[in-house]
Ligand binder design. Structure first.
Ligand code: DGJ
Length: 684
């Protein structure tokens, strides 16, 4: 792996891939290869010519970072406005620097410089790209993507996820025959698309060429996939240019979020493994504690005694972390119509619900051997709060208009330094005054009506990252969970500051299998929170047995959200057994694989692998005609190592190659059937 330069050709090499581009006679950066490993000395830059007076060189050239202007009609990465009103950019190669990463300089004589950064990720089969725009004269950025990629094929398939609240991460596959745009315009939360693109040709989990790109940004994003007229497919990722304007004074610069990009000739599983490796490289490596969360049990009706009662039960079943969700602060009580318009912004402990503060509860939680966590929603304010009365100007609003509340709340303008300071100081105080190990950071409505400043779509998220980093610096070791009405804030930007993500408010154990599958395309299981909750499920109204519910949640980072004070003793004992089992499996749960199901019955198969063994989770939501078995071929095992496992009431020992090539038969019957099979590597 590494980066090499031969004349005006650049090669960025991971262990198995090469990414190559060169400078053309016109000073453009022409993309030449992204795929399997090649040697730069073999690269031939075939001549490019204008195909007609309608197909001119700026469009015909697959450019690394095309800009608006001249004869560029396909997607471009950068559009700016100069002080004289001119909008044409003419960026040409102006040198490069090669140190830890490669920086290629592009320059426009009218006063703009762009540095393109290329980095090979240490120990990860992926590269990272981003751009820095330097203004030599005052300019206004109107569009600025992080990177553009070119795949030398047409008729590719695009994989992404689509959804909405309660139905995040539904995998969507579509042919790319023209242009597809996936975007977020909501600022703080987005359940609809995720900022990644996976392109393939006839690939399966274990075969076929696959290219994947994911943007590290949690706000407005835009992913464009365009099949060009010239037999290629271009992919561009970056912050969304919708309603965007970023003004730079002479001497200012703007750095885009990064894109992580990976290629494999071997299907979706290795692609996901590389993305998961990258995700894990951002995360705190400590295993996540089994948590209990009070939300579904109590909603806003939080009291000290009620939480203490839950804490006793949570400890009894083996929880390691007790998290008090919404409702502990301010005057946070639903109104007769169910609405809630008070509390957010007033981060003092409610003296009615907690007459002696949080300490009595935290003390009990600690005495029970658990750590303590708390819910906050720092970007928001309710109209009836003291904070809003004091600072009505701190929210996003359009001049001359009343702002619209959603969920009875407004969004604070985090781009304002005083607001950032307020949020940072509030969190610092909360963590200094109380022994808190875990913060669940929620955000329950999108941004809207932002007024004149069109850079806030970016600045808000930049401020969010800055605040979390600063609070973590002051309180090392505290884990932060990203939640935005469920899974509205999950991306590599979020994972670079948060430790856990709340995947969805949909806690139905069957729905969650689909959500987990979509999530697993790009993001690592270690950060994925999943809870076992009561039945009938509040959303699906479905009643699924405890084993299936636990098994489904155990595929992620286990949490429990049941009302434990109303749970039967039998269920409490069963829950304790599942939690105990999860703790024993946790060390084996490292790499996460989606297994193919060859059966006509609808088995859902997830598997974990680690150097010490593997864990198989098999689910059968409904037994159908024939009630057949499935054959499970494992992945990620050592071919010559031997593994011990229990199957059909017998203990077996088999080599990794047998388990991966031939596989084992798994036969479930009945509705909502599930099982876990553990494979322990046997020392020779
Ligand atoms: C939305 C979250 O996704 C839930 O888990 C819960 O924290 C509520 N907000 C609280 O208001």
């Amino acid at each position: 792996m590494g980066i090499d330069v031969a004349g005006s050709t650049f090669g960025i090499h991971t262990d198995t891939t090469s990414y190559v581009f060169a400078v053309t006679d016109q000073g453009l950066l022409r993309h030449l290869h992204w795929g399997g490993r090649i040697d730069l000395s073999d690269v031939i830059a075939e001549p490019l010519w204008e195909l007609s007076t309608n197909d001119l060189i700026q469009d015909v050239t697959p450019q690394e970072y095309p800009c608006h202007g001249r004869f560029r009609y396909n997607e471009h990465c950068l559009a700016i406005k100069f002080a004289d009103g001119g909008r044409e950019l003419d960026l040409r190669y102006a040198g490069h620097d090669l140190a830890a990463d490669l920086v290629v300089h592009l320059h426009d004589e009218k006063g703009v410089r762009v540095d393109l950064h290329y980095e090979v990720l240490e120990g990860i089969d992926a590269i990272r790209r981003w751009a820095v725009v330097h203004a030599e004269v005052p300019v206004r950025i109107e569009a600025v993507a992080s990177a553009q990629f070119h795949i030398p094929f047409r008729d590719l398939e695009l994989r992404n996820v689509a959804g909405r609240w309660g139905a995040e991460f539904q995998e969507v596959v579509q042919p790319v025959s023209s242009k597809v745009v996936l975007e977020s315009r909501r600022g703080v939360s987005n359940h609809h698309h995720n900022p990644f693109a996976v392109l393939s040709r006839q690939a399966t989990e274990t075969s076929g060429r696959v290219w994947g790109m994911a943007l590290a940004f949690s706000g407005n994003t835009k992913t464009v996939v365009e099949q060009t007229q010239y037999g290629q497919t271009l992919v561009q990722l970056g912050i969304n240019d919708a309603d965007l304007a970023i003004s730079l004074a002479a001497g200012d610069s703007f750095t885009t979020p990064a894109v992580v990009a990976t290629y494999t000739p071997d299907g979706f599983d290795p692609l996901s493994q590389t993305f998961h490796d990258y995700g894990r490289s951002l995360l705190n490596p400590a295993p996540r504690p089994v948590l209990y969360n009070s939300w579904e049990a109590t909603n806003f009706a939080v009291t000290c005694d009620g939480q203490i009662a839950l804490a006793h039960r949570a400890a009894q079943i083996g929880a390691e972390l007790f998290v008090v969700d919404d409702g502990w602060f301010g005057r946070r009580n639903p109104e007769p119509n169910g609405g809630i318009t008070d509390g957010l912004g007033d981060w003092w402990v409610d003296p009615v619900k907690f007459p002696d503060g949080l300490k009595p509860l935290i003390d009990v939680v600690h005495e029970l051997g658990m750590s303590f966590g708390i819910w906050v929603e720092p970007e928001m304010v309710n109209p009836r709060s003291d904070l809003y009365a004091a600072h009505p100007d701190w929210i996003y609003r359009e001049p001359g208009r009343d702002p619209d509340p959603a969920r009875g709340q407004y969004v604070l303008n985090l781009a304002v330094p005083a607001v950032q300071e307020f949020v940072t100081t509030m969190l610092d105080g909360l963590l200094s005054d109380n022994d808190i190990a875990y913060v669940k950071w929620d955000a329950n409505r999108p941004m809207s009506q932002v007024g004149a400043a069109r850079d806030v779509w970016y600045r808000h998220i930049e401020a969010l990252y800055t605040i979390v980093r600063e609070v973590k610096r002051r309180h090392p070791g505290v884990l932060f969970e990203a939640c935005a009405s469920g899974g509205g804030r999950i991306d590599f930007g979020a994972l670079s500051v948060f430790d856990d993500v709340w995947t969805s408010d949909n806690t139905d154990a069957l729905d969650r299998l689909d959500i987990h599958r979509g999530y697993s395309l790009v993001y690592p299981p270690q950060a994925m929170r999943a809870w076992v909750t009561d039945v009938p499920n509040f959303l699906s109204q479905r009643s699924i047995g405890l084993a299936f519910r636990f098994h489904s949640a155990m595929t992620g980072s286990l949490g429990i959200g049941c009302n434990l004070t109303t749970m039967s003793d039998v269920d409490l004992r069963a829950a304790a057994t599942f939690v105990q089992q999860y703790k024993q499996l946790r060390p084996l749960m490292h790499r996460w694989h989606r297994l193919e199901n060859p059966s006509s019955n609808d088995y859902r198969l997830f598997q974990y692998s680690s150097p010490a063994g593997a864990v198989l989770f098999a689910f059968l939501p409904a037994s159908r005609l024939g009630h057949t078995s499935t054959t499970v071929r494992l992945r990620g095992l050592e071919p010559t190592a031997r593994y011990r496992f229990e199957l059909d009431w017998q203990t077996h020992v088999a080599r990794g190659d047998y388990l991966m090539q031939r596989g084992v038969r798994v036969w479930l019957q009945g509705d909502y059937a599930s099982t876990i099979i553990r494979f322990d590597r046997v020392e020779d």
